[in-house]
Design a protein around this ligand. Structure first.
Ligand SMILES: [Zn+2]
Length: 206
């Protein structure tokens, strides 16, 4: 039984963590601008599950980059067509962004996403309504965000908690002070391990 489910016809749940007592966390990686081949090789070797929240305007320069990552079993999720602040759009405008990306991802990768993340974490009730009609099972926010070398924590104790969802980005050296996304990911995994946590697959819990 998954701890987070959407009741049929009910509102789409909005989550920043998964209720659990296990020392597990979840890695999510957003947008899709950086396309580092070394990252694909590292993920193949490590077999650590991640969920990719992709924006069409960021991935469209090379859709094929993400195909091996999807084939490795990583989660494919929706992060809109053009990365707008959804709070500035009508419900119909939000629906175009969310349903449009559901369709694009399904056509490109052969799998329809169930999870959605609003750009900048900005959402309102219209987002929930729109996402619900686009077939989204949960709106996924986060508890920590991975920076170049360290995590940024929302809680004052600056620690990982069981079930936390961690945000990272497909970013390149120009945004990471010369480090690659592969190095950033390796550092993130070290930060997770040194606190005694392991990485689980978000789709197994939602
Ligand atoms: Zn984003």
């Amino acid at each position: 039984v998954k701890p987070v489910t959407r009741t049929p016809g009910g509102p789409v749940p909005v989550i920043s963590d998964i209720p659990t007592t296990e020392k597990i966390v979840f890695i999510t990686i957003d947008d899709g601008a950086e396309k580092d081949p070394a990252f694909v090789r590292m993920m193949k070797d490590l077999k650590v599950p991640v969920t990719m929240f992709l924006t069409d305007s960021a991935v469209r320069t090379d859709y094929g980059y993400f195909t091996p990552l999807v084939a490795q079993g990583h989660g494919l999720a929706n992060h809109t067509l053009t990365h707008p602040n959804l709070r500035t759009l009508s419900e119909e405008g939000q629906r175009r962004e969310i349903c449009g990306q559901q369709t694009k991802l399904a056509q490109r990768y052969g799998t329809t996403p169930r999870l959605f993340r609003p750009p900048y974490g900005n959402w309102n009730e219209a987002t929930r309504a729109a996402a619900g009609t686009c077939g989204v099972d949960a709106i996924v926010l986060w508890r920590e965000s991975m920076q170049i070398k360290n995590m940024q924590y929302q809680r004052a104790d600056r620690k990982l908690h069981p079930g936390d969802i961690i945000l990272a980005h497909f970013r390149g050296p120009s945004e990471l002070k010369g480090r690659t996304m592969t190095e950033m990911t390796a550092t993130m995994l070290r930060r997770i391990q040194e606190q005694g946590f392991t990485v689980a697959r978000l789709e197994d819990y939602v």
